[in-house]
Design a protein. Structure first.
Length: 193
């Protein structure tokens, strides 16, 4: 595993410049938190890291072959159970392992409930477990704690610390406490005044 290195990344949509000569190093095996106001390019940068779109100019080096993500939307299969949602994208992982992870996130009583019947916070935890179980070397988390109360958020943070150790994490959050709990490095995309 190597560091992910951005060198003078630029990205625009029409006349709107979103990323302007951004250079940064994401340390391998550590958690980097991306912060900044809405519209500053956080999600665009995540899409570039995931290979979902390319920069207009500049280079990205060190991207791993496998990545997993928790997007702002949960992107679950509505009629699949919590267990089947993870199994569908993690075919090499046993159902027993999936059940253990979901139970660790407080979903032990909801393993067989369809996603459409789960609360937003429960769906969020299924999405997080699914991304962790996908075992990508890079784990991208776009505001993963949305919809979670304080106690549940603490459980999920500890789950990530225990189960994503050694992987490169990129976390988008506006919450200083989340950043403090997980991040070893910070990339602030707040535009200069």
């Amino acid at each position: 595993m190597t560091d992910i290195i951005l060198d003078n990344i630029c990205k625009s949509y029409g006349e709107t410049v979103v990323l302007d000569n951004l250079s940064f190093r994401f340390p391998a095996g550590q958690c980097t938190c991306i912060t900044g106001p809405s519209g500053c390019g956080k999600t665009t940068l995540l899409r570039i890291l995931l290979g979902l779109e390319g920069p207009d100019s500049g280079t990205v080096a060190g991207l791993p072959h496998r990545a997993a993500a928790v997007f702002q939307e949960n992107r679950l299969f509505e009629d699949f159970s919590a267990l089947s949602n993870a199994a569908a994208v993690c075919p090499g992982v046993s159902r027993e392992t999936i059940a253990r992870h979901l139970t660790a996130l407080g979903l032990g009583d909801s393993l067989h409930r369809p996603a459409r019947l789960l609360s937003g916070g429960m769906q969020r935890r299924v999405a997080i477990a699914r991304a962790v179980l996908a075992e990508g070397e890079l784990l991208v988390l776009d505001e993963p704690f949305t919809g979670l109360d304080r106690d549940t958020k603490a459980v999920v943070i500890n789950y990530l610390k225990d189960n994503a150790r050694g992987r490169t994490l990129v976390l988008v959050t506006h919450d200083p406490a989340e950043r403090e709990a997980l991040a070893q490095a910070v990339l602030d995309l707040t535009p200069p005044e």
